[in-house]
Design a protein around this ligand. Structure first.
Ligand code: ATP
Length: 216
């Protein structure tokens, strides 16, 4: 039987409960067999220099441990150069059966920025796009995306058929948590307990991450 695999990429600097709840809710709603968290290799310019890609990966692994629907995929860190999403999808697709379904999860903001991505028009050859839309959002897709949305969108995300090629929107209220907020709290010497899993909190403290004197 065809498998249903979801992908959520991100910096995960650090991974937090909104990533995890969002991923789990989408995985359950969509009936996915697995949702893969894929940390990106490229450090954003704002990243504290002492937080390595390996440490971000270690935190994602701690966060996902014990949750059968969540898996961690480290392929972007194994490459010697930053991966484009297209390359990651192509590589994941190469490991799946031809009829397996692949769903790339994208926040609305990321979706709107799609036309700037490497080979963006070909992403759909490898996957479906699941766009996470806020229920209160009323913005329109940029001009460049309107034809694509008109041609490829499916109203019901559960109606996405075949291995890839379509777009659907999931309306989900995001938790008001961001990695930026967490880094700031830690830099200010405040607690981030309950914003990240306990195991991630312990890792942050054990490695002295995101402390004020080292945060850029
Ligand atoms: P930063 O604050 O450093 O920009 P972030 O918290 O937005 O980080 P990312 O690693 O950039 O985290 O996000 C990875 C993915 O998770 C993105 O697709 C992003 O849209 C999604 N995401 C981030 N925060 C939330 C949230 N609060 N609710 C739902 N999805 C989120």
């Amino acid at each position: 039987m065809a498998r249903r695999i979801g992908i959520l990429g991100g910096t995960f600097n650090p991974v937090h409960i909104a990533h995890l709840r969002g991923a789990l809710e989408v995985a359950e709603f969509m009936g996915l067999d697995e949702l893969r968290l894929i940390p990106s290799a490229r450090p954003p310019h704002r990243q504290a220099p002492q937080v390595t890609a390996e440490q971000r990966l270690a935190m994602v692994e701690l966060a996902a441990a014990g949750e059968p629907l969540l898996a961690v995929d480290d392929r972007e860190l194994k490459r010697d150069k930053p991966s484009f999403t297209y390359d990651t999808l192509e590589s994941v697709r190469g490991e799946l059966a031809a009829d397996d379904q692949l769903f790339l999860l994208l926040g609305w903001d990321a979706f709107c920025g799609l036309p700037t991505w490497h080979r963006w028009q070909e992403l759909l050859t490898h996957c479906h796009l699941l766009v996470l839309q806020r229920p209160d959002a009323d913005s329109e897709a940029p001009e460049e995306l309107r034809d694509l949305v008109a041609a490829r969108s499916v109203h019901d995300p559960l109606g996405l058929a075949g291995p890839g090629g379509q777009i659907s929107f999931i309306w989900q209220t995001p938790l008001a948590v961001s990695a930026t907020q967490i880094r700031q709290l830690l830099a200010d010497g405040r607690s981030v307990r309950f914003l990240v899993p306990d195991a991630v909190l312990a890792y942050i403290h054990a490695h002295g991450l995101y402390r004020a004197h080292t945060v850029s």
